[in-house]
Write a protein that binds this ligand. Structure first.
Ligand SMILES: [Zn+2]
Length: 314
């Protein structure tokens, strides 16, 4: 699959080590400890909004030419529905190194500071991550269709898709996250800071990481819905105040661009798409944070930025 993708999208040399780990967390931590190019937190944690991470891509070189892909062996299955799920997961994880390598080839990362420090850098980065998740799900669903079938009501076998596997699962998780974390969670977090119950650092890192994880969840939910020809996650949850006020406008704007660039494409194509997506994100994600009461002043040095916190528009 990797070879096919690399050939189709004219990817430069790439080497992927695929590791199935019984103890996924400690195996991933061991690789992270010796991978200085990966901007991940130093302590690996599988907890994510709306679920748990079961696989991890880790860059072993500065140009993404050598990558380790670790997968939790406990959740892999040899056949049946579990087997189909395993094929999908594997294909998804193996799409990431291709995307990362192409992004390096495209040259757009030359102006990107890594890891992100400023709010603008975070906004651009979380959108790129979400776009990759969306593309990887679509590509993996196509791969799944080569190996697995489902029978239609007429009894004819048909290529299986990720919609057959996941259904509305991701969108259901998003509904839970909206109520558990975003509304009234986000404005409440701002209020807690204003009442001196949490530090500015905790407020900011909380908002950045939950923005990142929510966009990732939206990307998965959107990809599965699009493949199944179903209403997308923003449409399904549109009456929720968290969607209406915060994530709905952000995701709809990002999808306007991503819709035109949903395939992987060659390095040049991916580079153009990536810049467009990041440019939109810079506006809409910062606007969402402004609605929450967070605005920023950039200083002379990259690290010297100020976060201003005012009342959320409740
Ligand atoms: Zn992924």
């Amino acid at each position: 699959m990797l070879e096919g993708f690399a050939e189709t999208f004219e990817t430069a040399d790439i080497h992927v080590d695929l590791l199935f780990a019984d103890d996924f967390v400690s195996a991933t931590q061991k690789v992270l400890d010796v991978a200085p190019w990966d901007g991940a937190p130093t302590v690996f944690d599988t907890e994510r909004l709306g679920g748990e991470t079961v696989a991890k891509n880790i860059d072993l070189s500065s140009d993404s030419s050598h990558v380790a892909v670790l997968m939790n062996r406990q959740i892999l299955a040899p056949d049946g529905r579990g087997g189909a799920h395993t094929i999908f997961l594997l294909a998804h994880e193996l799409t990431h190194p291709i995307l990362n390598r192409l992004r390096h080839q495209s040259g757009i990362l030359e102006n990107v500071m890594f890891p992100s420090v400023t709010p603008i850098e975070f906004a651009r980065s979380v959108a790129r991550i979400a776009a990759d998740e969306y593309r990887a799900d679509r590509a993996a669903s196509a791969v799944l269709g080569h190996f697995a079938t489902r029978s239609t009501t007429a009894g004819e076998p048909e290529a299986m898709t990720v919609w057959d596997l996941m259904g509305s699962g991701y969108t259901d998780q998003l509904s839970d996250v909206l109520s558990a974390t975003i509304w009234p969670g986000w404005p409440d977090l701002i209020t807690s800071y204003r009442h001196h119950h949490v530090s500015l650092e905790r407020l900011w890192s909380g908002i950045v990481s939950s923005t990142d994880q929510t966009l990732t969840l939206l990307a998965h939910a959107q990809a599965v819905a699009d493949i199944g020809d179903q209403p997308g996650p923003v449409e399904v949850t549109r009456s929720h105040p968290g969607t209406e006020r915060y994530i709905g406008p952000v995701w709809s704007s990002l999808m306007d661009v991503l819709d035109q660039h949903n395939a992987i494409g060659t390095a040049d194509v991916l580079g153009v798409a990536d810049d467009q997506i990041a440019d939109i994100a810079e506006h809409v994600v910062l606007e969402m944070w402004r609605k929450l009461g967070l605005t920023f002043t950039l200083g002379d040095e990259r690290e010297d930025y100020f976060i201003h916190v005012s009342d959320s528009q409740q």
